[in-house]
Design a protein around this ligand. Structure first.
Ligand code: S3P
Length: 450
């Protein structure tokens, strides 16, 4: 999917109480990694619960182009017959990662230490996003990258013929960059070391251990020091992908702000590198019960009972929490608008280089819906209007960004007047069943604008 030629407007209106069970699809981050690590193992990896969103389908297609056999057996049930570390073949055509920053950055890491030349592209959103943050460390392995101005796609990466291991301290808190370096380190001799000052999602580390790589994580005063021994033979695995806490955020937050709601959301990750939104909501006074804590697909999970919460208050979100909720600030800002007082989000400049500039997209859309916003390069402040207090009645631009689209549709379920988005089509990248799942709970969503 390299463009959204046909925009699909969608409108959400004030909704009756949301009731029932919200079973959200598989985790996007883990789904990409299951396909990629499966392709680098020798033999057949079996995956259940794979997210069949467009981003992940684009990664599946890419893995086939590199020589892996990737087959869908039933909904969510896939197998990957891998070619081994260093066994990738040079793709015969351009690799189009669609909308997916995770897809393109991880795959660049994967091929950077194999002698081949690969050209990457993506949709209009992905072609605006910076790739230098990945190609800079990949060049230390010996890879070369030739992109457009500012390190933008389309970009051609020439993998290193004689890669050397790397020691790299991440200049930005980014699991994508960390993972790209680790993936490149797989096919370099010796030990590759990545140092992250603030912990980011650790799915690559968990999965590398599961696939049999030698990896250690040491907590030091510099942060996490992750050491990977290169050139292992990865053993194929059975991967049960847990549900996506970033997708669960939408029905959870909708239930918190739609009057009378009471929903059940099974299997939400409690991984400390992913649960920042849930901590923040509880601090705001959200009525969320965490039931039946257990492990699923190697991740700590709990079932959530979520009830309408009309006394939520704004909070100041600690900046060091940002990596554990980086994708959840758009929907948090919607909850903030429906709470009382100010919610202050500092240290969030990374939001400016996501699928869209999410600070700008949320600020402009919330203002159009009657909410007062303050922003600077690294900060978003939302002035809450209380439960049921947001006027709404606007059409918000989604800028080819699934999470912006879903956030404003959730706002429309609680606002006084309907809220439309100019284009809901990007939602398929991460949450293809969003419309059906939300209407099944009682949300008023319809195709078309106002
Ligand atoms: C992801 C990491 C995060 C996140 C993205 C998924 C991953 O990006 O925003 O949706 O799977 O590694 P950054 O690493 O750029 O912060």
């Amino acid at each position: 999917m390299s463009s959204h030629a046909t925009a699909q407007p969608m409108t959400a209106s004030k909704s009756g109480p949301l009731k029932g069970t919200a079973s959200v699809p598989g985790d996007k981050s883990i789904s990409h990694r299951a396909l990629i690590f499966g392709a680098m193992a020798v033999g057949e990896t079996k995956i259940t619960g794979l997210l069949e969103g467009q981003d992940v389908l684009d990664t599946a297609k890419a893995m086939r182009a590199f020589g892996a056999t990737v087959i869908q057996h039933a909904p969510g049930a896939w197998s990957v017959h891998g070619v081994g570390v260093g066994g990738f073949q040079e793709p015969a055509d351009v690799i189009d990662c669609g909308n997916s920053g995770t897809g393109v950055r991880l795959i660049m890491g994967t091929m950077a230490t194999t002698p081949m030349t690969v050209t990457f592209t993506g949709d209009a959103s992905l072609r605006k996003r910076p790739m230098g943050r990945v190609t800079d460390p990949l060049s230390l392995f010996g890879a070369q990258a030739y992109g457009r101005k500012g390190g933008r796609l389309p970009m051609t990466v020439v993998g290193a013929a004689n890669p050397v291991p790397v020691r790299y301290a991440l200049p930005v808190a980014s699991a994508q960059v960390k993972s790209a370096v680790l993936l490149a380190g797989l096919n370099a001799p010796g030990q590759t070391v990545v140092i992250e000052r603030e912990p980011t999602r650790d799915h690559s580390e968990r999965m590398l251990l599961g696939f049999g790589a030698q990896l250690t994580v040491e907590k030091t005063s510099e942060g996490n020091v992750i050491t990977l021994t290169g050139q292992p033979e990865l053993r194929p695995q059975t991967v049960a992908v847990p549900r996506d806490p970033s997708s669960a955020a939408f029905p959870v937050c909708a239930a918190l702000i739609v009057e009378g709601s009471d929903i059940f959301v099974p299997g939400v990750s409690q991984n400390l590198t992913r649960n920042g939104l849930y901590l923040t909501l509880v601090e705001m006074g959200a009525q969320i019960e965490f039931q039946n804590p257990r492990t699923e697909g190697g991740e700590p999970v709990a079932d959530l009972r979520v009830r309408f919460s009309d006394t939520m208050k704004g909070v100041e979100v600690p900046p060091e929490r940002a990596p554990s909720m980086i994708d959840e600030y758009p929907i948090l800002s919607v909850v903030a608008a429906c709470s009382t007082g100010k919610t202050i989000m500092r240290g969030v400049k990374e939001l400016r280089v996501k699928e869209s500039d999410r600070i700008d997209a949320m600020a402009r859309g919330l203002e159009a819906c009657g909410v007062t916003i303050e922003e600077d390069e690294d900060t978003l402040i939302v002035h809450g209007m209380g439960a049921g207090g947001v006027p709404g009645g606007a059409t918000c631009a989604t800028h080819i960004d699934h999470r912006i689209a879903m956030s404003f549709l959730v706002l429309g379920m609680a606002a006084k007047h309907p809220v439309s988005v100019d284009d809901a089509s990007p939602i398929v990248t991460s949450f293809p069943i969003f419309e059906g799942l939300m209407t099944g709970l009682g949300a008023s969503l319809r195709q078309g604008g106002q």
